[in-house]
Design a protein around this ligand. Structure first.
Ligand code: SF4
Ligand code: SF4
Length: 156
């Protein structure tokens, strides 16, 4: 069973969203009744939010893992092709929980654009990455190829 959770890394103050608004489309916002993978009505063309000063708490709180120092400066989601988020793999039977990385495509074929960077990340962390394709399907990337997820996906 999976559940979203942030990885324990530190915010990098110098990293700015700039023209990126990947999370505005990829994430759901309960306060706006906005579903995941739908454009927000407040999104500006070219990036940014039309109601930035009064955006909901969920928008204020959210930072993708690029803001937490994962990857280099050029790994911003709109440039990379995927947005990285944290989640945990919970084995309720065994009572264990393991943090993982979830890559969400920001556009069709985002994975193919980001593949070499994600391969490096798998090697660095020693863990496969969970991938959500732009059409909502999930796969696991072990650094070599895509396979069906080894655990049921419930909340990502
Ligand atoms: S996906 Fe990350 S970099 Fe892009 S707008 Fe959201 S928080 Fe900022
Ligand atoms: S309200 Fe603004 S910050 Fe929140 S999802 Fe919409 S465009 Fe993005």
């Amino acid at each position: 069973m999976t559940e979203r959770r942030k990885l324990p890394v530190v915010l990098v103050a110098s990293r700015d969203c700039g023209e990126c608004s990947a999370c505005c489309e990829l994430e759901g916002v309960d306060e706006l009744a906005k579903a995941p993978l739908t454009r927000c009505s407040r999104q500006r063309d070219g990036g940014g939010c039309d109601a930035y000063a009064i955006r909901p708490p969920a928008c204020i709180a959210f930072r993708c893992l690029w803001h937490h120092g994962l990857l280099e400066d050029d790994g911003r989601p709109d440039r990379l092709g995927v947005m990285l988020d944290g989640f945990s793999l919970d084995d309720q039977a065994a009572g264990t929980s393991k943090p993982g990385i979830l890559a969400k495509e920001v556009a069709p074929n985002g994975f193919e654009r980001a593949e070499s960077t994600l391969r490096w990340l798998v090697a660095r962390t020693g863990q496969p990455i969970l991938l959500r394709r732009y059409d909502g399907q999930h796969f696991e990337f072990n650094g070599f190829g895509l396979t069906p997820p080894s655990v049921p996906i419930v909340t990502v």
